[in-house]
Structures are given as C-alpha cells and as structure tokens.
Ligand binder design. Structure first.
Ligand SMILES: NC(=O)c1ccc[n+]([C@@H]2O[C@H](COP(=O)([O-])OP(=O)(O)OC[C@H]3O[C@@H](n4cnc5c(N)ncnc54)[C@H](O)[C@@H]3O)[C@@H](O)[C@H]2O)c1
Length: 401
C-alpha cells in the first residue's frame, strides 16, 4: 500500500486521482498541492484527501505520504523532482519528463545519486491494447520491426501554459510527440539506439511561438524507423492511432475515436462531457467506456507501485523520459535546419554497434528469394534474384488447382 502526494490538481492530477482512489484501491492519496486554495480544497474534497497545501515543499515533505506524483506544468517538473530528492521521497513524474534532455538528465541523475525510486508516467505505453500488442511483438509474432508509427492529434490543450513556449518548452512535438516517440521506441526495442531525426514542423493555425503541427522520422541503429505525427489543429476529437510493421506481421491500433463504441444523439440531455477532447455533444459520438483504463493510467500505476514495493525498476523510468527528450531535441533542431540531426545521448545504456540486418534470404544455392504469390488463376509465382548475375526472374509457375 502506498500513501501518495499529488502535486498539481489540474487535468492530469484529477485523472491520476481517479485511477488511484476513484475505485477500490489499496493506495491512498493523502496529500495534494495546487496553486490556489479554492482548487486544492475542491480537489481534496472530491477525492477525500486529508491534507492539502498551496506550498509545494510543505506537501512534498509531509510525513503522511511516501511517494510523490508530479502532475504540474512542464516548467515545474525539475523543481518538484529536486524537492523530492531533498526530502528523500520516491517520485513519479508525468510526461514530458523535461522541457529538454538537459533538464531530464539532471532529474534522472539527481534521483539516482540520492537513491530514490523514480518512475516516468507514460500512460500510453500501458493501455490494454498497447500492452497486448507489445507482448505480440516481443513473442516474435510480427517479426523484425521495420516501422512503428504513432499519431496523436487533437484540437489543442486545455490550459494557458501549454501554449506558452517558455512554460511548456515546446509545442505539439513535446506535448504529444513524447507519447509517440516512446510508443515507437517500445515496439522497436528500447535497447536499440535512436541515431538521427528528420522533422517537419510548422505553426499552421494558432497565434503561438511553438509549432501546432509536426511530422517526424526517427532512425534507429538497427535500420528500423519510428514516425510521429502530432497536431494541435486536428478537428473532430482526439485521434490516437499506432501502426507497427514487421517482417512477419502488422498491427493497427485505434485507441480513441473508434473503440467499438459509437452513439448518436440529437443533443438532448445536459450536453456535458462526453470524452477527452470531444468537440461536440450532439451527432455521432465516439465515447470511451473507461477512460482512465483505456488511457493506461490504471496499468501504469499498478506497474509503478509494484516496482516501488518490490524494489525493482518500473517499465518506464526517468532514463526513458530522458531518451525521449533527447529525440525530441533532435526533432526541433531538424525542423530548423531541414537536415537529419543526430540524437545527442551523453548517457546511453542500451546496445551499441548494431547495423541493419542483411536483406538476402536464400531460395536455393543459386538464387536469393524475393517474393512468392498465388495468382487468381491458381498459379504460384516465385520471384528470385540470381546470385551470380543479379538478374531478377520468376523461377517457377505452378498450377496449384
Ligand atoms: N496523458 C498524460 O500523461 C498527460 C495528459 C495531460 C497532461 N499531462 C502532463 O501533466 C502536466 C500538467 O498538465 P495538466 O493538463 O494537468 O495541466 P493543468 O493546467 O490542467 O493543471 C496544472 C496544475 O498545476 C497547477 N499550476 C499551474 N501553474 C502553476 C504554477 N506556476 N505553480 C504551481 N502550480 C501551478 C495548476 O493550478 C493545476 O493544478 C504537464 O506536464 C502535462 O504535460 C500528461
């Protein structure tokens, strides 16, 4: 059982509280901090939290909590982590870990030096669909992963600070690309080094200094490619989709707009909340049965608290948050230079010296295999390449019926 202090009583703080104590759970939220007395008192009342503060340090050091969950705007993550280090409290931090890799690396190193437990709250790497897909990938069902694409787009975030480059540290790439990058990393293999990034980013609609739309490619040392597509200008709700392509299979995931739950309403009723980032409460709706679970929060906290209690690392660590930040830093650089930019990883703990596997698969002693297909007339074609000359030909055409 863990006693938890939540820093930040906004959008994500409430989702976290909902997952932690909004249902039968042995973990308790015992302390909460937020900026304003009104909002922190309301949060405490909503979730029966016994202690609430408008002073962050007072909340962190409160003896009633042994683990701190950071649900604050991006520019406050580092300060909050250093307070946890100072008071030797285990810490879980929401995404993105830092506004950039330098901040994230400092947070990781401070926790490691102090010997405190630290987990990275990357919920979208814990959704039921993601976990099942990842176990298929790990079992080899999809073969060698060649491309892992992740898309998160919606009409833009819900608080002022997200839109301010100084507070947020970036626009849609940092806010949502951090999810996409970590999803692709998991599918490709977290021990495979990301080497360089090419990114297009633009501010197409909103009057802000950051980008509101971007697409990026992340090249990995084993030849695999990750792709992120992010936007704060997408209309129609929140689009969360992933695609994985491997030598032996494919996975398509749709986590939000089409989850198998579709509903039409004329708009009758109270016209209230439908689902995160829904743009309308009339017409065709795509509700989600259990948002906290479908977004991964429940599984995420189970992993975090199990790891905390058993003294091992969770699946998503501050190290992962730092690698994600480093990839995103390279994306921002590439968007400016219009070149492939290297991923700068002063600390790398994965594999090194990988290369792209050979594309040559033997058909027989004289030929490399390219493709085999059964045609509408039942013939089977095998397309091969001659080892000696490089000539490409159809070696066999057999009637199979
Ligand atoms: N899927 C996810 O994991 C997910 C989703 C949304 C947000 N987040 C992350 O959670 C963090 C918070 O986002 P949010 O959506 O909850 O934002 P929010 O604006 O809804 O809430 C932020 C909270 O921090 C408080 N706050 C704001 N500025 C402050 C300041 N200067 N000093 C003290 N407190 C301050 C606010 O009062 C509020 O309680 C961000 O890092 C964001 O990226 C993660």
């Amino acid at each position: 059982m863990a006693n938890i202090c939540i820093l930040g009583g906004g959008f994500i703080g409430r989702f976290y509280a909902e997952s932690l104590c909004g249902r039968r759970s042995k973990d308790n939220v015992t302390v909460v901090f937020s900026r304003s007395e009104t909002s922190v008192a309301r949060f405490a009342a909503d979730y029966s939290v016994p202690h609430h503060f408008t002073d962050m340090e007072a909340a962190v050091q409160h003896p009633g909590a042994d683990l701190v969950v950071i649900a604050l705007p991006n520019y406050q993550h580092e300060e909050a982590v250093h307070l946890c280090v100072k008071h030797k409290k285990a810490v879980l931090c929401t995404k993105p870990l830092g506004r950039n890799a330098a901040e994230a690396l400092r947070m990781m190193q401070a926790c490691e030096k102090a010997g405190i437990f630290a987990g990275y709250l990357e919920d979208l790497c814990y959704t039921p669909k993601f976990l099942k897909s990842l176990s298929s990938v790990k079992s080899g069902a999809i073969g060698r992963i060649l491309w892992a694409k992740s898309r998160e787009t919606h009409p833009g975030p819900h608080s002022d600070w997200f839109w301010d480059l100084n507070y947020a540290g970036g626009g849609a790439i940092l806010d949502m690309g951090c999810h996409c990058v970590e999803i692709s990393r998991n599918f490709i293999g977290k021990d495979v080094k990301p080497v360089e990034v090419m990114c297009w980013a633009d501010t197409q609609v909103k009057p802000i200094d950051a980008e509101d739309h971007a697409i990026g490619l992340v090249k990995y040392e084993n030849g695999a490619i990750g792709q992120f597509e992010v936007s704060w200008t997408f209309r129609g709700g929140m689009d969360l989709r992933d695609e994985v392509m491997g030598t032996e299979g494919t996975i398509w995931l749709n986590s939000w707009l089409r989850t198998g739950f579709e509903m039409f309403t004329s708009g009758a009723g109270d016209g209230g909340y439908v689902v995160e980032k829904a743009e309308s409460s009339s017409g065709w709706q795509f509700p989600v049965g259990d948002e906290a679970h479908e977004l991964g929060y429940t599984n995420m906290f189970i992993d975090m608290f199990d790891a905390f209690e058993k003294g091992h690392q969770p699946s998503e660590t501050f190290y992962d948050g730092y690698v994600v930040n480093a990839i995103i830093d390279a994306a921002y650089k590439s968007a400016k230079t219009k070149l492939w930019e290297p991923v700068d990883l002063p600390v790398w703990r994965g594999l090194t010296g990988l290369s792209k596997p050979s594309v040559y698969q033997e058909y027989d002693q004289e030929h490399w295999f390219i493709k085999e297909e059964i045609l509408p007339n039942g013939d089977k074609k095998v397309i091969v390449k001659k080892k000696a000359s490089g000539e490409i030909l159809e070696i066999e055409t057999l009637k199979t019926k």
